[in-house]
Design a protein around this ligand. Structure first.
Ligand code: HPA
Length: 248
């Protein structure tokens, strides 16, 4: 089954015919909310709002381990993660969709692995390619068919938040090779890999990263909501295609 994790602005999936919700208890505590099960185009899908259904959980307080564990416990094999990002690279302008292919992790103080506590042998997952290529291709194709092509590739910088970055920090991220910046991509992607799930992200560019607005403006988070809400119409179409071409 395919899972969709919704990010900022996406606390529900408008095209999901909901069948039931289920609260999952995990050894890692509470997920962001109950899992929402349903169908899109007759395919089983499960949805989880990363920030909670009332959008109350900030990026650094999300229980990523519980979220991914809960999905895996329901026989989820693939996860499509929707995430809003700030655009650093010039072509990543507000409203654009992007399917990143690499990650740099700047987060700290988050519970970021299942391999702790000394019960299991030490495991080092291969994370050379952090996203599933197959799922990335499917997202890119879906976006093309849906008429809202997504930009193929880019380095996602995961920052700690919840504050936005300084202009100098964005310059540094760019020197490091980052193309976009968000607060939730890690440890989510690594945890999915640890549990053997295919994982890919669809980035929605919500704003120019700090210091990159051509008009010299700062970042107005309220304006972001409008951009994301509009882009989510496209995201919905993309997801419909992805689900329709996914083996259950
Ligand atoms: N920085 C970090 N995270 C974000 C941004 C940003 O500019 N926009 C959306 N998520």
């Amino acid at each position: 089954m395919l899972a969709i994790i919704g990010g900022t602005g996406m606390t529900q999936l408008a095209n999901l015919e909901i069948t039931h919700r289920q609260v999952i208890r995990t050894p890692y505590g509470e997920p962001s909310g109950a899992l929402t099960f349903g169908h899109i185009k007759k395919h089983n899908v499960v949805f989880l709002a990363r920030h909670g259904y009332g959008h109350t959980i900030p990026p650094h307080e999300i229980n990523y381990r519980a979220n991914i564990w809960a999905l895996a416990s329901q026989k989820v094999k693939r996860i499509v993660a929707i995430a809003s990002v700030g655009g650093i690279r010039e072509d990543l302008v507000p409203g654009a969709l992007v399917v990143p292919d690499q990650i740099i992790d700047y987060t700290y103080s988050r519970k970021f692995t299942y391999f702790e506590g000394g019960e299991k042998p030490v495991t080092h997952i291969d994370f050379t390619e952090p996203y599933s290529d197959k799922l990335r291709r499917r997202l890119l194709k879906a976006a093309k068919v849906a008429g809202s092509p997504a930009i193929d590739g880019g380095v996602y910088a995961a920052t700690q938040g919840p504050r936005l970055e300084t202009a100098a920090e964005i310059n540094r991220l760019q020197r490091d090779g980052a193309d976009m910046v968000g607060m939730t991509g890690m440890p989510e992607a690594a945890l999915a890999r640890e549990l053997g799930l295919e994982y890919a992200a669809l980035g929605v560019v919500a704003n120019f990263a700090a210091g990159r607005d051509p008009g010299g403006r700062g970042i107005d988070w309220n304006a972001i909501d409008g951009v994301v809400t509009q882009a989510l119409v496209n995201v919905r179409n993309v997801l419909e295609y992805v689900v329709d071409h996914d083996a259950d």
